[in-house]
Design a protein around this ligand. Structure first.
Ligand SMILES: C[S@@+](CC[C@H](N)C(=O)[O-])C[C@H]1O[C@@H](n2cnc3c(N)ncnc32)[C@H](O)[C@@H]1O
Length: 308
């Protein structure tokens, strides 16, 4: 195959000895572009991505011939989510990987307080439930009943890596628990709250599945958490990107001075929430792009060190 047949992709550069673990993590996160072949560059392997992520670089890749003509889809565990209602394409997607059991098409946007969406089954088993493996954790998810996105898997691991052993963490909008269970690897205690009973039920299942004894599931509106737990946490996770700003007061009422709040938000300009954040006692705040959302918007995280 000559150079003209190669395609340009964003990719992640990893040392060859770490490549398989990283490849698995990218698959679990739905980020690996499986339509093209990873390629070697000296001691490194370049892993092709379905989208640009922090630290990614561009390179040219050879397409896998048999995946070339598959319709676009995103993988979440054993489920493929297609962007078009194409039953013939769905059958080919299903046949392309033995790990897939279902192909879905979303019939609504992500909506409502619970951030869920409706799906049509295009091929395979009539289910919206699957198991996602991410950095050694296993999450039972039900895409129609509770929010889950694999796209923050690298971010979850990054936050875990920056923690010190024994921290007390609260995840105010925990969903089925991907942040809570990842951070439980280093925390002494994680309080994981969600308003959606189906999410908390799956969270309980995931706590058992991952054999965690330091995660407390709470079915509650996060606004009430300070009244129960007080200002006792070293780290607060706020992943409700459209509305987190309304809960900043509650987050500051949960985080001890010197602790860190991770405030995720959907933004269309840098610095969008800095004024809202600085209305509270802040020692330092850093803003970072996590991933792109649309051509003009991205998920940002504000990492806030709480002042006295
Ligand atoms: C964007 S999802 C994030 C879930 C999870 N942190 C993750 O990364 O997959 C937001 C979650 O917040 C929950 N939620 C919405 N409003 C809430 C509130 N007032 N208090 C607690 N949870 C809430 C929703 O049910 C949903 O599961």
């Amino acid at each position: 195959m000559d150079d003209e047949e190669r395609v340009r992709r964003w990719c992640r550069r990893v040392e060859k000895r770490r490549a398989e673990a990283e490849r698995q993590a990218l698959i679990a996160g739905g980020l690996l572009d499986r339509g093209v072949r990873p390629c070697a560059d000296g001691d490194d392997l370049l892993l092709p991505l379905v989208e640009r992520v922090e630290g990614a670089e561009e390179a040219m890749f050879k397409p896998f011939p048999h995946h070339e003509d598959l319709p676009r889809h995103e993988l979440v565990g054993g489920i493929a989510i297609m962007q078009e209602e194409d039953r013939a394409g769905a059958a080919r997607v299903l046949a392309s990987r033995p790990s897939l059991h279902t192909v879905l098409f979303p019939t609504s946007a992500v909506e409502g307080e619970f951030r869920t969406r409706e799906f049509l089954v295009l091929a395979g088993e009539e289910t919206t439930q699957t198991v996602v493996t991410e950095h050694g954790h296993h999450f039972v998810v039900d895409l129609a009943r509770a929010y889950f996105s694999a796209r923050l898997s690298t971010e979850r691991q990054r936050v875990c890596d920056e923690m010190t052993e024994g921290e007390r963490v609260v995840d105010m909008f925990a969903g089925v628990g991907p942040f809570a269970l990842t951070l439980a690897d280093r925390a002494s205690l994680v309080v994981a709250a969600d308003l959606n009973p189906a999410a908390v039920s799956l969270l309980c299942e995931n706590i058992r599945k991952n054999q965690k004894t330091n995660v407390i599931p709470v079915l509650a509106d996060a606004i009430h958490l300070p009244g129960v737990f007080g200002r006792t946490f070293d780290r607060v996770i706020m992943n409700l990107p459209m509305e987190s700003v309304q809960f900043l007061g509650a987050a500051f009422a949960l985080c001890r001075p010197g602790g860190t709040i991770h405030f995720y938000a959907l933004v269309d300009e840098e610095g969008k929430y800095l004024d809202a954040i600085r209305a509270f006692p802040v020692a330092e705040v850093r803003e970072r792009r996590v991933r792109s959302y649309s051509p003009a918007e991205w998920h940002a995280v504000y990492e806030i060190e709480v002042g006295g």
